[in-house]
Design a protein around this ligand. Structure first.
Ligand SMILES: [Zn+2]
Length: 99
């Protein structure tokens, strides 16, 4: 959730983690957060709805871990299961900040 210094939602200012409620500001580096975004299109159960959640670093990787465990549980009897748990780059698309 993006908040102004007065606590009102707005574009500028701080970004508060939607999971733990703590500021995502990291010292002089400014805000550091991950996004969980969805824009559901025609045919989806939530058609026309757009979601955007902001997560601090700790909560982001907690969510990634939950996704990996859920995925592992669905394939744990197959070879793929262990590879999912050991994959530290699960969901990573870049290491240099480029998307
Ligand atoms: Zn958080």
């Amino acid at each position: 959730m993006k908040l102004t210094p007065s606590g009102q939602p707005e574009e500028a200012g701080d970004v508060v983690c939607d999971m733990c409620g703590v500021s995502t500001r990291v010292g002089e580096a400014g805000v550091q957060f991950g996004k969980l975004h969805a824009a559901w299109g025609e045919g989806a159960g939530h058609s026309g709805e757009v979601y955007e959640l902001h997560l601090c670093e700790g909560c982001f990787f907690s969510v990634v871990s939950d996704i990996k465990r859920t995925r592992w549980a669905s394939v744990m009897l197959e070879d793929e299961g262990d590879e999912i748990l050991k994959n530290d780059a699960f969901g990573r698309v870049s290491t240099d900040g480029a998307e």
